[in-house]
Design a binder for this molecule. Structure first.
Ligand code: CAA
Ligand code: NAD
Length: 285
């Protein structure tokens, strides 16, 4: 089945990036968020990113306009009715995601449509079980920024049909031009199981006064050739997302390295979520 019509739930950091990737690959894309304000913000970030792509010589002005014309924004889940693939990229909250999957199951008419989650850490099987088609559900985990990072992790639940995984592997590589890896449905999959303890170690160093945030970041950029340091990366991921991902991994594994640092919780309590709110560990205003 050639996938021509896709849907994305959520138009935040990841939803807008994923929608851009799909539209640039030639798909017709419906993007749904819960408010006109959220939709407007998602549309603006896609327009900015496409413009940056043009400036960097990654796509032509005609391709930018064609990609924008393939994107349709809505607050209505019913607009997913004719979609062949829907990727959920709403906030990292299990109840919110379960409700979305239950609704998608009733709204998306084609019974062979694929329903995917971009969750960073949560069990795919719990979303699959909220539907009547758990074999058609898997994790398709993009990395931030989605139009730039090549990786897509395919997360396979105990009930995912292997043919669905193979189909999404071909789609991600051949149509989207991404690099894929496969992971079982375990907390943090591959990349976040490694990344979150690293980010939390860096935050704990700052919290303990062992080093400044600037020096932690300079150390990893200049000592280990990371494109950005862990404190700046946590700000970019979103401190709320880092917290939710850590909580979810810690809850299931009890791994102390994934236990969110108190400083991180306090910053989220204070609404200091990083780049998306203009202030996190660093100031972006
Ligand atoms: N469209 C297409 N290409 C673009 C683009 C766009 N909108 N924006 C940038 N690019 C391209 C550039 O042309 C450039 O390509 P070349 O190397 O071929 O020249 C490349 O992307 C890098 O762009 P910039 O030099 O402009 O870099 P930048 O400073 O704007 O952005 C960054 C840098 C890509 C964010 C880089 O700092 C980086 O990779 N940081 C680490 C990001 C990371 O680790 N992400 C993973 C987070 S964890 C996660 O996502 C999982 C989770 O579940 C939480
Ligand atoms: P975000 O806070 O930027 O955006 C979340 C969006 O979901 C918001 O616009 C919110 O209004 C919307 N939303 C909430 N409930 C909704 C609903 N019922 N229907 C539609 N939209 C709804 O978060 P984000 O960083 O884009 O993260 C989204 C998902 O992607 C999370 O599961 C996160 O773990 C995952 N993820 C994040 C990153 C990252 O670096 N931030 C990377 C990979 C995966």
């Amino acid at each position: 089945m050639a996938i021509e019509r896709a849907g994305v739930v959520g138009s935040g950091l990841m939803g807008s990036g994923i929608a851009e990737v799909l539209a640039r690959a030639g798909l017709d894309v419906v993007v749904r968020d819960i408010s006109e304000e959220a939709i407007a913000s998602g549309r603006t970030s896609i327009e900015k990113s496409l413009e940056k792509g043009v400036q960097r010589g990654k796509l032509s002005a005609e391709d930018r306009d064609a990609a924008l014309a393939r994107l349709h924004f809505t607050v209505d889940m019913a607009d997913f009715a004719d979609r062949q693939l829907v990727i959920e990229a709403a906030s990292e909250n299990e109840d919110v995601k379960k409700a979305i999957f239950a609704e998608l199951d009733t709204v998306v008419t084609a019974k062979d449509a694929i329903l995917a989650s971009n969750t960073s850490s949560m069990p795919i099987i719990r979303f699959a079980q909220a539907t009547g088609r758990p074999d058609r559900v898997l994790g398709i985990h993009f990395f931030n920024p989605a139009p730039v990072q090549p990786l897509v992790e395919l997360v396979v639940s105990e009930l995912t049909d292997p043919a669905v995984v193979d189909a999404m592997d071909s789609f991600a590589t051949d149509v989207l031009g991404k690099v894929t890896i496969r992971a079982s449905d375990r907390p943090g999959f591959v990349v976040n199981a490694l990344l979150i303890p690293f980010l939390f170690s860096a935050i704990r160093m700052v919290e303990a006064g062992h080093a400044t945030k600037e020096d932690v970041d300079l150390g990893m950029v200049n000592g280990c050739a990371h494109p950005m340091g862990p404190i700046a990366l946590a700000d970019r991921v979103g401190l709320d997302t880092c917290l939710f991902v850590g909580q979810s991994i810690y809850e299931e594994t009890g791994d102390p390295a994934a236990k969110p640092p108190v400083l991180l919780s306090r910053m989220v309590d204070a609404g200091l979520l990083g780049v998306k709110t203009g202030r996190g560990f660093y100031d972006y205003s």
